[in-house]
Design a protein around this ligand. Structure first.
Ligand SMILES: NC(=O)c1ccc[n+]([C@@H]2O[C@H](COP(=O)([O-])OP(=O)(O)OC[C@H]3O[C@@H](n4cnc5c(N)ncnc54)[C@H](OP(=O)(O)O)[C@@H]3O)[C@@H](O)[C@H]2O)c1
Length: 293
């Protein structure tokens, strides 16, 4: 860290990634230098209990953002979880506010290979990366790959039906645990050097197909699970039938389709280089999920 420790802010800190970033920061940074934002005081109470300052900020309410971002050296802008449109506008509000508040650096969580990926999810990220360049605010782009936890979510149903459904074909997932991506964000926020201008492609050290994922579930659970590949529309139908909202079903089926086209594969090892350790292997994540963790 620089001699003059900048105040660090994590947006969307009530979310799964944000909370892990805060926990990671607390390993090396005094709580007094960390600010987290939440959409309400009640939502932020657990963060406040960690001894950090919690400010209220909602990407949809520009008037909340500039006050929340005041006095901040480096700000982690965690991409919004809004899936039904308007996400880029939310990010614009946050970037404009950071600029007005004279934030020293924005660190943004984008998507792996955002500018070339076949994943439909990328459009908002490409737009946000362009906004960052146009803003003139120094920034770092963390192009996060697939969270292993997304895939682990299908384990209970796979065990129930002895089948893992998807439409990724033989596409490889270079996924990593959320905690790995969180550690990378914390490493950039606390870097002694100014990393502004860098674009990191962040992914796991190893990759797997859904056939290999099913085999890992079988190996660890002792229950035979096979992967059944479906056309995207059919897989989306299964997800809708299971009660998932339309935007989430589209996101998951569309991501599988993108994975089939190679969109979630990466072997650059930039994530492990940034965090100074290997990324969490699939077997470890599956074991944790099977233990209910
Ligand atoms: N790479 C991947 O595989 C992957 C997978 C899923 C998501 N993502 C992206 O990564 C982000 C973080 O993931 P996650 O797992 O931590 O998601 P998450 O647990 O759903 O958390 C989302 C966070 O965004 C906050 N948020 C939603 N709308 C907001 C708004 N209008 N203003 C301010 N904050 C708002 C939520 O606040 P509340 O607690 O108030 O709702 C929450 O803190 C997601 O938002 C999404 O963009 C990536």
């Amino acid at each position: 860290m620089p001699d003059q420790l900048p105040r660090l802010l994590v947006t969307a800190a009530t979310g799964q990634l944000g909370r892990l970033v805060v926990e990671s920061l607390l390993q090396t940074v005094p709580a007094s230098h960390i600010v987290a934002t939440a959409r309400s005081a009640a939502a932020g109470a657990a963060l406040a209990a960690l001894g950090i300052e919690v400010r209220i900020a909602d990407y949809d309410l520009p008037q909340t953002l500039q006050p929340a971002f005041t006095g901040i050296g480096r700000l982690l802008l965690i991409s919004s979880s809004k899936l039904d449109g308007g996400r880029a506008a939310q990010h614009r509000n946050a970037i404009n506010a950071a600029k007005s508040a004279d934030v020293g650096q924005i660190v943004y969580t984008s998507l792996l290979h955002a500018s070339t990926t076949p994943l439909g999810l990328a459009a908002d990220h490409v737009e946000t990366e362009a906004m960052l360049r146009d803003s003139g605010v120094p920034h770092v782009v963390l192009r996060n790959g697939w969270y292993t936890e997304n895939t682990l979510a299908s384990i209970p149903m796979a065990l129930q039906y002895n089948a893992l459904l998807g439409s990724a074909g033989d596409g490889r997932f270079s996924s990593a645990a959320r905690a790995d991506f969180a550690a990378a964000a914390a490493a950039v926020l606390t870097a002694p050097d100014d990393l502004s201008g860098r674009v990191y492609e962040l992914a796991g050290d190893t990759s797997f197909t859904l056939t290999e994922f099913a085999a890992e579930i079988t190996r660890q659970s002792g229950k035979a699970v096979i992967f059944k590949n479906l056309p995207k529309a059919d897989f989306k139908g299964v997800l809708l039938g299971a009660g998932l909202p339309e935007p989430l079903a589209e996101l998951l089926a569309g991501s599988d389709e993108g994975a089939a086209a190679g969109g979630l594969f990466d072997d650059s090892h930039q994530l492990s280089a940034l965090i100074g350790r290997p990324t969490t292997p699939l077997a470890v994540s599956v074991a944790k999920a099977l233990q209910g963790g």
